[in-house]
Design a binder for this molecule. Structure first.
Ligand code: TTP
Ligand code: MG
Ligand code: MG
Length: 348
């Protein structure tokens, strides 16, 4: 049996916890980009805020329009705090489940014959230790466990046997399945499949034609109620990069580094979302002659989205300036050589 645990409205719940005065308020955790006071996106929001339609990824300015100012607190993300708490939760989960793998900052996957018995104990343990709520799903496949956990949110626990799992996944809309992104679900709908069961009717040949061998085969299994071949990934980009123009041409390391801040946090948001860590960091410099240069460094141990790279960026900027005499017009950052955090690694 598989168990999937996901913390409820994680960053916002942590902020609630350390601000007892915030009880009853809407808490919107924000990634401010700094361009204007309201530039940036919502990282996450607690349930009262979700009831008003505020959600992760929404521009902060939109959230402000929906939230009554007197009842709402906007808080900038504090990755260090969340990462610290995540590591503490990790040790509680590992303490109870030998084969636990941390899959993202607030998620764990466990393979365990005793999963159904351990699930309520895990919830109680996390509640007792940190006062935090989470949702847990247990099912014969990891996919079923994941979907059961999200279905039971918040503070939920849902244990499925094979029949219940097939009923839940088979009846689910295609876009609700982790691993089916907006492109794939759009295509499936256009081919006439609304829910997972409908996919079976499309047949293996059409699926492979439309989605390629790997994804097509995975979808075929999925439609036919076979979930054991892992979590099937959508074809993903092998890198994340962000590039931006400087206010003016410059060789000032401080100006270059400060322009990189926003680009870096946008890129890292993306990494967090994709649940990837990276082994190669590059800075990209477009000089006044419009040529593009890159300076890279690779790490033996993959870096998570929440790891500080100030020293590395400085070293790369210095290396570039030492080897090139031109002014820089555009600068960028690239994270590449990914490792999937759903695998045998942890974030920390
Ligand atoms: P999620 O587990 O996806 O969301 P959540 O814990 O806030 O809410 P839920 O109860 O539905 O699980 O993501 C974990 C944290 O990752 C989340 O608290 C904030 C961060 N995050 C972002 O910063 N941007 C995003 O787009 C998403 C989805 C999450
Ligand atoms: Mg969560
Ligand atoms: Mg999560």
């Amino acid at each position: 049996m598989y168990l999937h645990l996901d913390m409820d409205y994680f960053f916002a719940q942590l902020e609630e916890k350390r601000r007892p005065m915030s009880a009853g308020k809407i808490i919107v955790v924000c990634v401010y980009s700094g361009r204007t006071p309201d530039s940036g996106v919502v990282s996450t929001v607690n349930y009262p805020g979700r009831a008003l339609g505020i959600h992760s990824g929404m521009p902060i300015a939109f959230a402000k329009k929906r939230a009554p100012p007197a009842d709402t607190i906007f808080i900038p993300v504090d990755h260090e705090h969340y990462a610290r708490m995540s590591a503490q939760i990790d040790s509680v989960v590992r303490g109870m489940c030998a084969k636990a793998v941390q899959a993202s900052i607030d998620e764990w996957n466990v393979e365990d014959n005793e999963a159904a018995k351990k699930a309520p104990r895990l919830k109680d343990g996390i509640r007792a230790e940190f006062g935090l709520s989470c949702s847990v799903g247990v099912a014969p496949s990891l996919l079923g466990a994941k979907m059961a956990a999200s279905k039971s949110k918040p503070d939920g626990l849902l244990v499925l046997d094979a029949d219940a799992e097939r009923a839940m996944i088979g009846g689910s809309d295609v876009e609700k399945v982790p691993g089916i992104g907006p492109k794939t679900s759009g295509a499936l709908r256009a081919m006439g499949a609304q829910n997972v069961r409908d996919i079976a009717k499309l047949g293996a040949v059409r699926l492979v034609e439309a989605f390629g061998r790997k994804t097509g085969a995975w979808l075929h299994d999925l439609g036919n109620g076979r979930y054991d071949s892992g979590l099937g990934e959508e074809k993903e980009q092998g890198e994340v990069s962000r590039i931006g123009t400087l206010k003016e041409k410059t060789r000032d390391p401080y100006m270059l580094l400060s322009r990189l801040e926003e680009l870096e946090s946008e890129g890292k948001e993306r990494l967090l979302h994709m649940k990837k860590s990276y082994r190669t960091l590059s800075l990209i410099f477009v000089t006044e002659d419009l040529r593009t240069h890159a300076k890279s460094m690779s790490f033996r141990n993959p870096r998570g989205w929440n790891e500080d790279i100030r020293a590395e960026k400085e070293a790369l900027v210095r290396e570039f300036l030492a080897g090139n005499a031109l002014e820089v017009r555009r600068i960028g950052i690239r994270f590449a050589n990914f490792l999937d955090l759903g695998g045998q690694t942890t974030l920390f």
